[in-house]
Design a protein around this ligand. Structure first.
Ligand code: FAD
Ligand code: DHB
Length: 388
């Protein structure tokens, strides 16, 4: 088989890239290791920046998102019982929207199926060959038979545990990493959200986040120990701990109920450089990970898609500048998202080894943010998403 761009990974990066390229008349094949149901069953991000929203519209898949999303003009930050609001619209003239990664992925699958573009599920043993030559190709095994796809370019959209990043020789690749000494326990519950906006909460007992998917579906997270497993946490224990970390006013208003999903994610900052090797371009979690505080993971994947889609489109029009500068442009924005996610994590989490001095520094950071409109403006600009 031959195609123009072989996309490895059918998560949000691969699907969005595929749909945008299709609209430009560029042919793609997507190879996905799992089944469609498995990908749709993963509960992950919930907040979309304006740039991500714009790309969904440009890909022709914005209609349901525009109908069903919730516009958020601000967010609440709390620290113990104290709370304040950061107004995105006042500081930036813009906002974010609540629309789950699951919904975004579903819309993209439907659009791809509607145009009849190929996606191979349960593709095993995906291997990249000759990415640094003019004979780039990808092989994979499906139902016991090996297949080969010759292509102009390979987009490595296969997430943190994928094969694409590993295809770049260690002599070329440089990796930067920070592992945090805690995780997030997340639950989904069919209850009304505790507040109409998100609450990012710091407390003596650790971080908590109150988010949502819709008027009767709440998403909550609490900082937990890396040695915890979801089964250690009964629903009652989860609700009790959440209430202790958010201001009393919200704890009193919290509607609890059975949880329908419970999982633990470790927190990590990670960047690999460069994001291009010959005909291979890394995109999204394949190249970088952020801790989830600040909702930058999915949105940074989308900004990579923007740069790669633009570069590939220009290439087929005879201009290679966008591809030549892809890694540099994507990384410049990635590092800013890394900085923001790291700083918001530090602002609100309890580290196991924090000294009384460290705690005072964190309190001073929060107090400065509370009282300083320029600091609030900096947070708002980062949260709604830096320009592409
Ligand atoms: P992925 O979503 O990881 O998609 C990669 C795809 O490639 C997957 O479908 C995978 O099955 C496939 N694949 C992997 N290896 C291969 C292979 N060898 N061959 C073929 N296919 C392969 N971000 C936030 O902003 N907020 C959150 O709350 C949040 N929660 C998260 C919770 C978890 C547990 C994780 C892991 C991430 C979370 N993120 C969150 C980050 C966000 O979900 C990611 O940034 C986003 O999914 C990145 O999209 P992607 O398409 O680049 O990668
Ligand atoms: C959600 C996750 C985040 O990491 C975040 O910062 C905001 C919202 C969510 O899953 O809703």
């Amino acid at each position: 088989m031959r195609t123009q761009v072989c996309i490895i990974g059918g998560g949000p990066s691969g699907l969005l890239l595929g749909q945008l390229l299709h609209r430009q008349g560029i042919e793609t094949v997507i190879l996905e290791r799992k089944t469609k149901d498995y990908v749709l069953g993963r509960i992950r991000a919930g907040i979309l920046e304006r740039g991500t929203v714009g790309l969904m519209r440009e890909a022709g898949v914005g209609a349901r998102m525009d109908r069903e999303c919730f516009v958020h003009d601000g967010t609440v930050i709390s620290y113990g019982d104290d709370q304040f609001r950061i107004d995105f619209t006042e500081h930036t003239g813009s906002h974010v929207v609540v629309y789950g990664q699951t919904e975004m992925t579903r819309d993209l699958y439907e659009a791809r199926e509607a145009v009849g573009a190929l996606i191979v599920y349960e593709a095993e043993g995906v291997t990249i060959h000759g990415a640094d030559s003019d004979a780039a190709h990808v092989t994979y095994v499906k139902d016991g038979t090996e297949h080969r796809i010759d292509c102009d370019f390979i987009a490595g959209c296969d997430g943190f545990h994928g094969v694409s990043r590993q295809a770049i020789p260690l002599s070329t690749r440089r990796e930067y990493e920070k592992i945090y000494p805690f995780g997030w326990l997340g639950v989904l519950s069919e209850t009304p959200p505790v507040h109409e906006e998100l609450i990012y909460a710091g407390s003596e007992r650790g971080f908590a986040l109150c988010s949502m998917r819709n008027a009767n579906l709440s998403r909550y997270y609490i900082q937990c120990s890396l040695s915890d497993s979801p089964s250690d946490w009964t629903d009652a224990a989860f609700w009790q701990e959440l209430k202790r970390r958010i201001p009393g006013e919200h704890a009193d208003a919290l509607v609890t109920g059975p949880t329908i999903e419970k999982s633990i994610a470790p927190l990590r900052s990670f960047v690999t450089e460069p994001m291009r090797w010959g005909r291979l371009f890394l995109c999204g979690d394949a190249a970088h990970i952020v801790p989830p505080t600040g909702a930058k993971g999915l949105n940074t994947a989308a900004s990579d898609v923007h740069y790669l889609y633009t570069g590939l489109t220009q290439h087929y029009q005879g201009d290679d500048e966008g591809l030549e500068r892809y890694s540099e442009r994507a990384l410049a924005r990635v590092w800013k998202a890394e900085r923001f996610s790291w700083s918001m994590t530090n602002l609100l989490h309890r580290y196991p080894d924090m000294s009384p001095f460290d705690i005072k520094m964190q309190q001073a950071d929060v107090a400065f943010l509370r009282s300083n409109t320029q600091a609030q403006s900096v947070l708002a600009q980062n949260y709604i998403g830096l320009p592409y």
